[in-house]
Ligand binder design. Structure first.
Ligand code: AR6
Length: 172
């Protein structure tokens, strides 16, 4: 059965086929979840990222997972929140959908996402959560390989926002 689950934890410890990295357009590492993923994967991840020539906002690129328990890392730069008038919602949805499309072509069954753009990029959490959940749920309806998508939240407030969004989408 296809399903979305919301968990609390550190995405670098999650054993799934692919974890998603909330990257920046350089793909050369940064702070937050990006820094944690690079630290846990080891220097070979950065070496592979250097060959990718960056990535546009809302698009996604894939690498191996190296020392991570996950086979792949899918890197997507989410939008920087600029007040909501710069296509931020559409770009955030694109980050989720394009990451899932890449997972699908690499035959991934299980995928884990962090809360893209809601840290350093300041996308308001209560707006980001329903966009993420809706994008994932829409994608799962026609997915062939992807079956289980986990939202891995780093703090209780983030988990609460995604739990709430999932409940609302299921009730709609
Ligand atoms: N596991 C799961 N979630 C985490 C982890 C972790 N180990 N560490 C942090 N988070 P952010 P953004 C949460 O700032 O807003 C980087 O420098 C965090 O609490 O990592 O998309 C990139 O290079 C928050 O809920 O990503 C970019 O320059 C969520 O992950 C920029 O930050 C996203 O926070 C991207 O900013």
């Amino acid at each position: 059965m296809k399903e979305i689950t919301i968990t609390l934890g550190d995405i670098t410890t999650v054993k799934v086929d692919a974890i998603v990295n909330a990257a920046n357009t350089s793909l050369l590492g940064g702070g937050g979840v990006d820094g944690a993923i690079h630290r846990a994967a080891g220097p070979q991840l950065l070496a592979e990222c250097r060959t990718l020539n960056g990535c546009r906002t809302g698009e996604a690129k894939i690498t191996k997972g190296y020392r991570l328990p996950s086979k792949y890392v899918i890197h997507t730069p989410g939008p920087i929140w600029q007040g909501g008038t710069h296509h931020e919602r559409e770009l955030l949805r694109n980050s989720y959908v394009n990451s899932l499309k890449l997972a699908e072509v690499h035959d991934c069954r299980t995928v884990a996402f962090p809360s893209i753009s809601t840290g350093v990029y300041h996308f308001p959490l209560e707006r980001a959560a329903p966009i993420a959940i809706t994008a994932i749920q829409d994608f799962l309806q026609s997915a062939k390989f992807v079956e289980q998508v986990q939202m891995v939240c780093f703090d209780a407030g983030t988990k609460q926002a995604y739990d709430h969004a999932l409940t609302q989408v299921n009730e709609a």
